[in-house]
Design a binder for this molecule. Structure first.
Ligand SMILES: [Mg+2]
Length: 283
């Protein structure tokens, strides 16, 4: 079942895009365009002039293993890795932000993405050799194999203790909602990351938002995504329209946490926080 294939449409472009982004400033960037009316790649980036303008993909994979403190590629990142330290820095900045007074008559909330924002998918990157596949990924999701992103559980616990509503917003499909909830919180299956449970909204909706099938879109997604291809929301439209929906119910999203820029674009949050993720790029 390809219920997540839409989520990562261009995962096979991942490593080349990482390398291309890294060298953009060096090369000065010729935009990739293969004929005006033809289909464009999902990731718009520059074209290297020479092979040496980009990092060799096998060398890049090793650099990523080193960054995660896992030079031999076991799938377990190290607690003292540069990845863990960078994630903890973002979590600390988020904690400082939510801890200062925010004057609002609305109910204060924080909102978090799931993959590589609250749950770290490093073990799946290693297992899949950075080649996303909905079937192999579903094994990790449904068996709840992902540990917490360093620093993030304490941040969310602090927010919950301070009276914030806690919302999770993920591109994972509705069929993966129960497993996602179990991995995030504590259901005794697989990894229990120990996050506070999502807050039930004032209208009774549960606060873990997974992406419905197009046929099941609520009105706010139908409207926001009417002009998207086949009426299927882009990530930015899906996520920003959902945040708008949440705020329309009387919440103020004080902080929005994501590892992809598409998690953070489109407004409806006072401030955004970007978690590190050099492994893939989701437009
Ligand atoms: Mg993510």
């Amino acid at each position: 079942m390809a219920f997540r294939s839409w989520r990562r449409p261009s995962r096979r472009m991942v490593l080349t895009s990482v390398a291309a982004v890294a060298m953009t400033s060096v090369v000065g960037g010729v935009a990739y365009s293969a004929g005006a009316a033809t289909q464009q790649p999902a990731i718009q980036t520059s074209t290297p002039h020479r092979a040496d303008d980009v990092t060799n993909i096998d060398v890049l994979r090793q650099q990523l293993r080193n960054y995660y403190g896992d030079p031999l590629g076991t799938g377990n990142f190290a607690a003292d890795s540069n990845y863990a330290k960078e994630a903890q820095k973002v979590a600390a900045a988020g904690t400082r932000w939510i801890s200062v007074p925010h004057r609002t008559s609305k109910k204060k909330a924080i909102l978090l993405d799931v993959d590589d924002t609250t749950l770290a998918t490093w073990n799946y990157e290693i297992a899949s050799n950075w080649a996303f596949n909905p079937t192999s990924n579903a094994d990790f999701v449904l068996n709840q194999k992902f540990p917490a992103v360093p620093g993030m559980v304490d941040l969310v616990k602090t927010a919950a203790r301070d009276g914030y509503a806690i919302f999770y917003l993920t591109g994972r499909g509705a069929a993966q909602e129960q497993a996602t909830l179990g991995n995030l919180t504590s259901d005794g299956i697989g990894v229990d990351a120990g996050y506070p449970a999502p807050t039930t909204l004032t209208n009774g909706e549960d606060g873990l938002f997974t992406k419905p099938a197009v046929a099941d879109y609520p009105d706010y997604l139908k409207q926001a995504c009417a002009d998207d291809k086949n009426g299927s929301c882009t990530t930015i439209h899906y996520k920003s329209a959902t945040r708008a929906h949440i705020e329309s119910l009387g919440y103020e999203i004080v902080a929005n946490f994501g590892d992809q820029f598409s998690d953070l674009k489109g407004g409806f949050a006072d401030r955004t926080f970007k978690l590190p993720n050099p492994n893939y790029y989701l437009p």
